[in-house]
Design a protein around this ligand. Structure first.
Ligand code: FAD
Length: 292
């Protein structure tokens, strides 16, 4: 299915999707096998899509392709490769697009990628909007873009960032997947501002279930997202109690998801960190609550 079909207005239920990454330092392939063991546990929730991240420099391109093939052929789920243009030439991008089309891939999440430190930047595409325009010219791929409810870390203001987001939509982005956030108000305000700027495509919230205090602190500062005061206080108080943190993170994300569904989101995109437990608990909880 392509993105338009997945997020069609006719679908009453929000579409569930998962994000995974190619495992690092996977010398004997064990981590890759584990990833598929985890993904298989999540199939019972009938995911509409599984997205696969891409190293900004293209370092894990082959691994991404392998995972995409297995998602499609073994799990029979629609894959969505991410792709970043920051260090890749136009010619190289064309080759990759051809590879994806030959595999029968229908969707792509088009990104600029983080600016690499001490590495060469390729100047063929400066922003994701230019990449999206190129993908639409050169392929039939249904294209998604990234959005940042609290603003992108390099941007001077959220309003300016949304202005640039509109350029991505005008160039052909059909869906926006958001950066993770822990305060739904950021998401609701963002959607409102996007609508005012004339952005009317689905804006799918990205949900990260917190299972580990250190990972959370690292990710929050890396992505420039706010950790609400009460959440931070609770996590700091219990930071040495791994089981407590996991339980709290699952409950917290579950409440976030329920409120998002009540407000009519078209989908939920889970940052799985290649693990099934937390997402599985959240989805069980949501489904139970919704049918009872
Ligand atoms: P852009 O949309 O190009 O924006 C980059 C910056 O430039 C922003 O500050 C924007 O405001 C500004 N800007 C845009 N257009 C203009 C313009 N015309 N003039 C001036 N300024 C402009 N990274 C990876 O390496 N691999 C991944 O797989 C990956 N997956 C992601 C998935 C999601 C859902 C999200 C939210 C992010 C992901 N990222 C990934 C991170 C992303 O690559 C970085 O946040 C990157 O710094 C920006 O990418 P972008 O596509 O949003 O860039």
């Amino acid at each position: 299915m392509n993105l338009r079909e997945i997020y069609s207005t006719e679908n009453k239920e929000p579409a569930i999707s998962y994000e995974v990454f190619p495992p690092k330092d996977d010398v004997d392939g064990t981590k890759l096998e584990n990833l598929f063991v985890e993904l298989k546990k999540l199939l019972i929730f009938n995911p509409s899509l599984i997205s696969v991240t891409y190293g900004a420099g293209g370092s894990n391109r082959n691994e991404s392709v392998e995972i995409i093939k297995r998602i499609k052929n073994d799990l029979k789920v629609t894959p969505m490769p991410h792709f970043t243009c920051v260090s890749t030439s136009r010619a190289n991008i064309k080759i990759y697009l051809n590879t994806l089309s030959a595999l029968g891939v229908k969707n792509i999440l088009a990104l600029r990628g983080d600016m690499p430190e001490n590495k060469e930047i390729c100047h063929d595409f400066k922003y994701a909007s230019e990449l999206i325009e190129y993908i639409k010219q050169e392929s039939n791929l249904s294209t998604a873009a990234a959005g940042y409810p609290e603003g992108h870390k390099e941007c001077e203001s959220i309003d300016k960032d949304i202005e640039y987001l509109k350029q991505k939509v005008d160039k052909g982005a059909e869906v926006i997947y958001t950066q993770l956030f822990f305060d739904n108000e950021h998401y609701f305000t963002f959607v409102e501002k996007c609508n005012k700027q004339g952005i009317h495509i689905p804006i799918i919230p990205g949900i990260l279930p917190v299972t580990n205090y250190t990972t959370l602190s690292k990710m929050a500062s890396l992505c420039k997202v706010e950790i609400p005061h009460k959440m931070l206080e609770t996590l700091e108080k219990h930071k040495n109690d791994k089981e407590y943190i996991k339980k709290y993170g699952i409950e917290y994300a579950g409440i976030q998801c329920k409120k998002l569904i009540e407000n009519g989101v078209k989908g939920l995109h889970f940052y799985t960190l290649n693990k099934s437990y937390a997402v599985s608990e959240i989805l069980k909880n949501i489904l139970y609550t919704r049918t009872n």
